[in-house]
Design a protein around this ligand. Sequence first.
Ligand SMILES: [Zn+2]
Length: 325
Amino acid sequence: MREGGVVLSGHMDVVPADGQKWTVDPFRLTERDGRYFGRGTTDMKGFLAVSLAAAERAAQVNLQRPLHLALSYDEEIGCLGAWDLVAAAKASLPPPLAVIVGEPTSMKIVEAHKGIVTLTTRVIGHSVHSSQMHKGVSATMVAAQLITWLEQRMHELAQDKSPSVFEPPFTTIHCGVVHGGIAANVVAPSCDFVTDIRTIEGIDPTTIELEYRHHVETRVVPRLKAIHEAANVIIDRRSHTPALEKHPTNRASQLASELLGNDGSFHAVAYGSEAGIFQRAGFPTILCGPGNIEQAHKPDEFIEQSELLLARKFTNGIIHQLRTT
Ligand SMILES: [Zn+2]
């Protein structure tokens, strides 16, 4: 197999449709007024369909360089599946010219996204009657202090006004879920919360994670243990999605702008994807795929037929390039 091929990559999993108000069956494709409705149509079964159709066409012609398909699983829960996929690709494929991750960008070329780490923090308290709280450790109140520390850290990071391609142009630290406590008059025995850290260029999300772990280990846990030995704080990393970094010469971006007749404008997005994992392996990578991210993860998710046609034109261009050069 020759080097210089093109990888079309997408994830096969979708987010759940449970609890959402759909007017069509989310798991049966419905066509209406030039739109295809169904869970995953835009994120990102539409691109998968275009890629499989492209592979079929590519198999019928003589390619000078290969077209690769890289299909992953468990993307929606934190890009878990792509690590093994990319490691296997690096070990077995001759270096490709470009990786196109077909997340729904409305066929715009996206050259950068934030890096993301998600963490679960479990605070183990010491439960006593709330009238005796000086003898206990309230897991919910410790969790509140940690969440405030994280928010404070975000405000400090936002003070750095160096230019960023992202909106918002600073690192965000968000706690989306908290569970803890049992009653008003019981010192909470445990509390769990989930945090996501989204960093701008120049900051690795794992650095913020390390700062947080250091704070917990040196400042918080000793204070809790002084009250009760069993009290503790346990931090687990749920996922790590490396950033897709803008490079002055990204060959994947050059290829896509040639084929799409792009004016050279590039885009940055605040959501994560598998693209950063490919880029870390040394592959020139962009995001570019049919459908609007606005439709993703929502009830009545749909993709415009016109978007799929644009994507087909794009993959036809890729096949043409692979045949002739
Ligand atoms: Zn996606």
